[in-house]
Design a protein around this ligand. Sequence first.
Ligand code: AMP
Ligand code: GLY
Length: 422
Amino acid sequence: MKKVLVVGSGGREHALAWRLAQSPQVAKVYIAPGNSGTALVGENVDINFTDSINLLNFAKQNNIDLTVIGQEAASEAGVVDVFQDSGLAIFGPTKKAALIESSKAFSKELMREQNIPTAEFKSFDDPVQAKKYIKTKEFPQVIKADGLATGKGVTICYNFLQAEQAIDDIMVRKIFGESGNKVVVEDFLSGQEISIHVLADGKNCAVFPPSQDHKQIYDSDKGPNTGGMGVIAPVDLIDDSQLNAVVEKVVKPALTGLAEKKSQFVGCLYPGLMVNNQEINVIEFNARFGDPEAEVYMRLIDGDLYEILYSCTRQNLQPLKWRNGYAVSVVLASAGYPGSSDKGKVIHGINEAEKMPDIIVFHAGTAKDGDNFVTAGGRVLNVTAIGKTRNEAIDKAYQAVKLIHFDGMQYRTDIGRRLAPQ
Ligand code: AMP
Ligand code: GLY
């Protein structure tokens, strides 16, 4: 029997650990550092997700058969490199391959080199030059911190004052730390966003059904960007032939571009796309499962997840199988999110919600206080439902949401609802 280590602490890692624990081959799942939800499906290990050496020592001492990276900061910190150097099986990209997400300037250059359709852009390491460039452009313009910023490093600017503020926040006030050493200034794309996920083993790749996240904090896409407030899958905003075109014109050139730089990509590649009628552009590449996309995909993927992810680390990717139907995940967030968020509020109703058929509540920012679960972060819970139709899944998810409560709880009421009923 196999032992698995999942690296990360969000709803995505709870979903991955939950699904891996169902594998008939898996005896035990460890999660580093995990959260109070992952503790329900495995054993949490108190090691930070960027602490490569202690993660490696733990994996060696406990004879871990497969390590699965959830959190992007782990790949950026080089956890995969350290494991590979020691010959341990690990699912996720090396530090160099992860640059496709961890540096937006690198990622946009790669897209330019490989003719991947994306918005016109320029990168700057000097705020004065960035502002000078913006003066030559039409609004809206999109200002992005170069490095990782948990989905919050992007501002859509409708006038020069907003753009100036965004550049100063990132480059002068350094609100995202070193991630703000450079900015990317990019033309605005309109349309509907979709998330594509692909498993890549260094040779082959396999695409998931497309999904849709809802990035802004409020209904109808109002308010600031978050890490993601809710996902539905599958979505039919692109048809099969467009999905094939995305694999040929976006995914494969990106994988080829990385391989040409001796940074072969193994893991989950997740391009975010903007779809506007027939026009499809890449907004960004992520080098890991989306969160909350993973919560939805783990409800829909069929077969043995251990086998699938392990095969990926051995250049022997297995074909993927999917259950019929739809899955939805609604994020419940703390007051203040995506800014600073409340902590320590008692959460009521998780058990009642999970008694409903087809509901699983994945934990993100939760902690235990005696017998209670309490809030411990911005995104707190992911209420996920499956259904035979899209509407059935959405209705079930929101019925379950109604049973859960904590002070200041905020969530969107329109997840999946902008799509035509199906
Ligand atoms: P990113 O971190 O690059 O994915 O950006 C986060 C979010 O900002 C995206 O999911 C979009 O909602 C929005 N965004 C980023 N770039 C653009 C763009 N060029 N045009 C419109 N919206 C964008
Ligand atoms: N779903 C947004 C993200 O994972 O970046």
